[in-house]
Design a protein around this ligand. Structure first.
Ligand SMILES: [Fe+2]
Length: 149
């Protein structure tokens, strides 16, 4: 294993745990959302957790490519993530607002990661995290636009 972890891998670990937790929460809401907008929200949540689940693999494998072991268990993710579990009995609007807030939280972490990667001359990680930032900002927009109806 490589030497000490450094700020880039630390952010990647947190981004991995946040992405995993947010995928699970979004899927929870996909399963449990109710109401007149069921089909719309059920479908939007499905699209979002699908993206997040794919990103988990990409983030973990970037940590491996940088020479470190990836966290890979629920306890590890729970200790690393800032995302709290969702409540499947929440109202649709509370679910939408909750996810919008979480995507913003992850965006802030990713901006920190891009800056750290750029500072390290790690253009590949900076590029990956910038791509993820774009996706999270789009999700924030879509969720906020949904809540504004
Ligand atoms: Fe489903």
């Amino acid at each position: 294993m490589a030497t000490n972890k450094g700020p880039v891998v630390s952010v990647l670990e947190k981004a991995l745990a946040d992405t995993y937790a947010l995928a699970l929460k979004t899927q929870n809401y996909h399963w449990n959302v109710t109401g007149a907008d069921f089909f719309q929200l059920h479908g939007m949540f499905e699209e979002q957790y699908g993206d997040l689940s794919g990103a988990v693999d990409e983030l973990a494998e970037r940590i491996r490519a940088l020479g470190h072991l990836s966290p890979g268990g629920l306890k590890a993710f729970q200790s690393l993530t800032q995302i709290e579990d969702g409540d499947g009995s929440s109202s649709p609007i509370d679910m939408v607002n909750d996810l919008a807030k979480d995507h913003e939280t992850v965006s802030n972490l990713l901006k920190e990661g891009v800056a750290a990667a750029e500072e390290n001359g790690d253009v590949s990680t900076a590029d990956m995290l910038t791509g993820r930032l774009t996706v999270h900002q789009k999700a924030t927009w879509m969720l906020n636009a949904t809540a504004a109806r």
